[in-house]
Design a protein around this ligand. Sequence first.
Ligand SMILES: [Zn+2]
Length: 450
Amino acid sequence: MTHVALTADFFWQDGAWRAGDRALGVSAGRFAAAAHGERAGRFVLPGMPNLHSHAFQRAMAGLAERRGPGEDSFWTWRETMYAFAEAIDPDDLKAIATQLYVEMVKAGYTQVCEFHYLHHGPRGVPYADPATMSLALMEAAKEAGIGLTLLPVLYMTGGFDGRPLTERQQRFRHDVGAFVRLLERLAPLQNDMFTLGIALHSLRAVPEDAMRALLATGIARDLPVHIHVAEQIGEVQDCLAARGARPVEWLLDHADVDARWTLVHATHMTPHETDRLAKSGAVAGICPTTEANLGDGLFPLAAFIDAGGTFGIGSDSHISVSPVEELRWLEYGQRLLTRHRNVAARVPEGSVGTALWQRALDGGARASGAAVGSLFEGSRADLLVLDDRSPLLAARDEADVIDSFLFAGNTPLVRDVMVGGEWRVRDFAHAAEASVASAYRGVVEKLAAA
Ligand SMILES: [Zn+2]
């Protein structure tokens, strides 16, 4: 393993800049003590975990933006997505995911939680190795040099009434037994760059008894658990009709929701649900650009923060691949809603950028189940070096550099990226990006012609 040691004017530690009077060492892929080092730049901060991704959707970004004959909604978008998902084979998935993950690393994401439901071949015929699609995602993460939390998704029914999956949804289907066998196949492969978790697709896709059966298995007991919840008003209405409770409320009442859990979206909550979710210790997985793109609604951020809630960010459908844009829109949505400024900051004179970056690091690290999200010794050695030659950072000192990073335009400021102790991006370039983009282009052209 590479042994390096770095210096900088400032290192980000727990929501504040620490003057770089000590070097930051790297040993066996993790941060360690060091006395001297090579200068990395002025500002070095932890890489951001991306807590929600459906990698294959990267290739359909921009293809669902035309008005249809009726009212366009999440559900019409989903039809476009299903048609697209039908055609993807393991090599396609690997090429698409590698391109996406390279984009993520260049943007400053150093860990991705992949909410993976495209398990089987067309019409639901399993591959000879049921982990084939999972392995394609693992290879993609390895090639791009991003840490992966793989969340195989349990997806069983097409609605709260237990209706069977449609033909297009057959690629997603498991029963609990087959799903546990997939987890058992993947668990031994874990290492510093690969963490296994589990996902329940949603309350409408996993019957209550199946949820209980899975969560009671030995293998599921300690893994991170993610679930889509309360993204859409229609889902809230269906859940109320079928189970007599709103989705977040029902989940809090029927599962031991704690810090192991990530509730993705959790957009539509009452004040009481918001408070209960915050106090549960679970992470709210907010995906601002996708939620905006799909017309989902706005997360109750201020109330959730006031109640002590933990959140992180995800790029979900990948219509944008940038922690800067996710955090910016998380804040801007709240400003538009409340007609106030600086919503995420909690103390007078507090920096919004600092609050957002640190909270998303904490929530993202918790959601990913990996030792990431900080520059402390023992954490995996993931870091970003900001471009101190950029005009956007001229005359910015440590008090306002994060605000300028998040709120001062669209020129990338992430110059160098280290993940797991290895430089993956130097001077804005990823070593594999040309070949990865070429493979991606080939796959997208093939899919478009199909
Ligand atoms: Zn999702």
